[in-house]
Design a protein around this ligand. Structure first.
Ligand SMILES: [Mg+2]
Length: 276
């Protein structure tokens, strides 16, 4: 049996009719609707339904067991938060257009992430480090549903790890603010109150994100199939492939194509639907 999720709290008459015509009558669990069908529908059928009802529709993988989930690992920039931190930092040294063009291409998977990060951080050389605090205070906002999501996971005894190709300055503050369990990101070099334009230590790229997932599995004594991985960029794909369930959150096309599930309408709290 296959389970289809419709990530919507309410369905209007038209939406219900379309769903019933396609799969049968849905039933409600918490904040979403479900339908059980005999055979797994094609991706085309799913995306057609999502398109016609303008809501997120996902199919649970056959072997997915919600009760076994013990860890969620999430990307930060454009996933947990609505900005790309590096682009906003760049704005303070007037190189935002150059930096965000590189970020955009890297997230689409057109550039090697590690090399692209080195290039972007080099463009920040000499910037006063107070710009980082300003970005955090004035520009960083959580994506919709973030707090509900994290609270809901903790209530279910599921740990939360934040992993970012961005910077520890931001992950560490969010770690404290949101009472996260684990976090990892890149460390920006600083000297005399200015950015040196270098990343200290190994770069957290695609492979390092996947490695973090495996490392946490060992530490928590769980298997990768007990993990949900969430991301939006090409550098999240290795980590997403390693997990039991992958969620592409308002993601780049290449990420949506390779993820098991996608959210393009709802906020982060809809990820709780998978474990309801
Ligand atoms: Mg991202």
């Amino acid at each position: 049996m296959t389970t289809i999720l419709i990530h919507s709290n309410v369905l209007n008459f038209e939406q219900s009719k379309v769903i019933e015509r396609t799969f049968g009558k849905p039933f409600k669990i918490d904040n979403h609707y479900r339908i059980h069908v005999k055979n797994r529908p094609s991706n085309e059928t799913i995306s057609q339904l999502a398109e016609s009802i303008q809501a997120d529709v996902n199919v649970l993988p056959e072997d997915f067991n919600a009760k076994e989930i013990k860890l969620v690992i999430s990307d930060m920039d454009s996933t947990l938060i609505s900005i790309e931190c590096v682009d906003e930092i760049a704005d303070f040294i007037n190189v935002k257009p150059e930096v965000s063009a590189i970020t955009e291409a890297a997230m689409r998977g057109e550039l090697d992430f590690e090399a692209s990060l080195v290039k972007r951080v080099a463009l920040l050389t000499g910037l006063d480090t107070s710009a980082l605090q300003q970005v955090f205070d004035e520009r960083l906002t959580l994506n919709p549903g973030a707090k509900t999501w994290i609270k809901g996971l903790h209530k279910s005894g599921i740990k939360f790890a934040l992993v970012s190709g961005g910077f520890t300055f931001f992950t560490e503050r969010l770690h404290t603010q949101l009472k996260l369990d684990f976090s990892r990101a890149n460390l920006l070099g600083e000297a005399q109150g200015k950015l040196t334009g270098e990343v200290i230590g190994g770069i957290i790229g695609a492979q390092a994100k996947a490695d973090f997932l495996h490392e946490l599995c060992e530490q928590l004594e769980i298997q990768p199939n007990q993990v949900i991985a969430v991301g939006d960029g090409a550098n999240d794909l290795l980590m997403m492939h390693a997990a039991g369930l992958s969620v592409a959150y308002h993601a780049k096309p290449a990420v949506q194509q390779q993820a098991m599930t996608c959210l393009n309408h709802r906020g982060l709290d809809a990820i709780l639907d998978f474990i309801a």
